[in-house]
Ligand binder design. Structure first.
Ligand code: ADP
Ligand code: MG
Length: 346
């Protein structure tokens, strides 16, 4: 069997490039020269984003299969492009590889990345490769495009705008908690003991291991001709992202706990682990749903056209009204916080 060390850097790049077929007309030239060449479409704006993923910080190879890791690494970058209401077209992928990784592992990683690229119509047009002394490192840059007047920033929310999310929250966090629990259980047991207990929890595991960027939501917004007044993707939890929008837009908000969509599997896992599911949704992160605000006049367009489920969870206020969460049942008003929900536990 061929080893990574037999291939060397150039052999590995050759192997990677042979697996890639460019699909976008705007990807004029991919791997093989000092730079890739991209043709921006006339009148379009290009958007660029980069993410750095470090082993031990952002992922754990003991429970994250490399194919999933590759898929997720691409998916989270594309999510940032969609969060601008733009369409991703190209990515570059840079990897730092420790010598403990096998060639099969690298193949799995790229197979996962290529699967995501194929699904979302994106080309890998370049990257960089190095050995690493500190585990696997992955850095991905994504490039997308949008018409200038379609771009959504964090800064455009206005009082009375409706706050929307594109799907249920907290699931990826509960998936991670489950994986961590099983990892601890495996570390403590002898060989002949049982397998991890994942039955019935597929949904939250999938939300953690294989998130999907909401291309369908951006397509739908385009179809019903709605440009969100502000938008971002939920990578750090609803609270933190909502505060970002309020800060950038210089406004306040009222979010209703009872309106926050949470899946029943998320609730079950949260109950089992004695975690408040609302806290998982507010602070958990990695759901990669879109959080956006729309003008009230646009709301009817969501209801009159069939499309992805969109959940209205609150509205934007003047800055002076604060950034508030209205709790279920008791109607208490709490300040939204990026972290720390002690007051809310009671
Ligand atoms: P340079 O010396 O200019 O950095 P490299 O030998 O690193 O060139 O890369 C050669 C070509 O292979 C370039 O087109 C580069 O973008 C591409 N490339 C290198 N590493 C990767 C990778 N991990 N994934 C995709 N493309 C890569
Ligand atoms: Mg290089």
């Amino acid at each position: 069997m061929t080893q990574l060390s037999d291939l060397g850097e150039f052999g590995l790049i050759k192997r990677i490039s042979e697996a890639i077929t460019l699909q976008n007309p705007s990807s004029l030239m991919g791997i093989g020269d000092d730079c890739a060449v991209i043709a921006p479409s006339l009148g379009m704006r290009q958007v660029v984003t980069t993410d750095l993923l470090l082993e031990g910080i952002h992922f754990d190879l003991t429970y994250c299969p490399l194919k999933h890791l590759g898929y997720k690494a691409i998916a989270v970058n594309l999510s940032d492009i969609y969060a601008m209401n733009a369409t991703p077209k190209q990515v570059t992928v840079s990897i730092g590889v420790s010598n403990k990784l096998t060639l099969k592992a690298i193949d799995d990683l790229y197979n996962g990345m290529l699967l995501a690229c194929e699904r979302y119509g994106v080309d890998i047009v370049g990257g960089d490769t190095s050995t690493s002394m500190t585990g696997l490192t992955i850095s991905i840059t994504a490039i997308g495009e949008a018409l200038q007047d379609k771009l959504s920033f964090r800064s455009g929310a206005k009082p009375n705008d409706i706050v929307c999310v594109s799907g249920d929250l907290g699931a990826a966090y509960m998936g991670l908690q489950l994986l961590e629990r099983e990892k601890r259980a495996l570390a403590n047991q002898t060989e002949d003991q049982q397998q991890p207990q994942f039955d019935g929890y597929d949904y939250i595991l999938e939300r953690q291991l294989k998130p999907e960027p909401r291309a369908d939501v951006v397509e739908f917004l385009n179809k019903i001709e709605v440009v969100p007044t502000s938008m971002m993707d939920i990578s750090d939890g609803l609270s933190s992202e909502m505060l970002h929008i309020c800060e950038s837009s210089n406004c306040g908000c009222r979010i209703y706990e009872e309106k926050i969509p949470i899946d029943h599997v998320t609730r079950n896992m949260a109950e089992e682990l004695s975690i408040n599911p609302t806290i998982a949704a507010l602070n958990g992160g990695e759901d990669y749903e879109l959080l956006f605000t729309i003008n009230q006049n646009d709301y009817s367009k969501f209801q009159s056209t069939p499309g992805p489920n969109i959940f209205a969870i609150g509205y934007i206020t003047d800055k002076e009204k604060g950034r508030r969460l209205i709790t279920q049942g008791s109607n208490n008003e709490l300040d939204l916080q990026a972290q720390g929900w002690k007051a809310f536990e009671k």
